[in-house]
Design a binder for this molecule. Structure first.
Ligand code: ZN
Length: 142
């Protein structure tokens, strides 16, 4: 299987079967994030426990890139401290903007989004859920 095909499959899998989809019943924080250039709208809910991210969930409507990226983000954040989560988000945003290289081990499924960097108008689709997470952490005071 070609690498491009593999990445396409990972993206579609997250899009069709988004992880952690649907709001938390008792979120500590809720962030609405819009991406007007594409029409994406996601809502992120999160909860900390013992100084770590216990849950990140999302729901909303958007393109495959925005929803797949949100799904991947929600999987990666659980168990991190707010500082670790913020660093992870900053790394990914810098990667998408072409400001930083990340190795495949660090990227995991996120490597499937690397191709989006060629399409400047779609980069926001990939990063919007990560910005929502940064806002959520800010509201939690973490
Ligand atoms: Zn989009």
């Amino acid at each position: 299987m070609e690498l491009d095909e593999l990445y396409q499959d990972i993206l579609l899998d997250h899009f069709k079967h988004p992880r952690n989809y649907g709001p938390l019943p008792e979120p500590e924080v809720l962030v609405d994030e819009l991406n007007p250039t594409c029409g994406d709208h996601i809502r992120l809910t999160a909860r900390l426990e013992n100084g770590r991210v216990a849950d990140v969930r999302f729901d909303g409507q958007g393109c495959a890139i925005s929803l797949a990226s949100a799904s991947m983000m929600s999987e990666l954040m659980r168990g991190l401290t707010p500082d670790e989560a913020r660093a992870r988000a900053a790394d990914f945003v810098a990667f998408m903007r072409g400001e930083k290289d990340l190795d495949p081990d660090t990227l995991g499924d996120l490597a499937a989004l690397a191709g989006v960097r060629q399409f400047p108008l779609r980069i926001k689709c990939a990063t919007m859920s990560w910005h929502a997470l940064e806002k959520a952490l800010g509201k939690l005071g973490g």
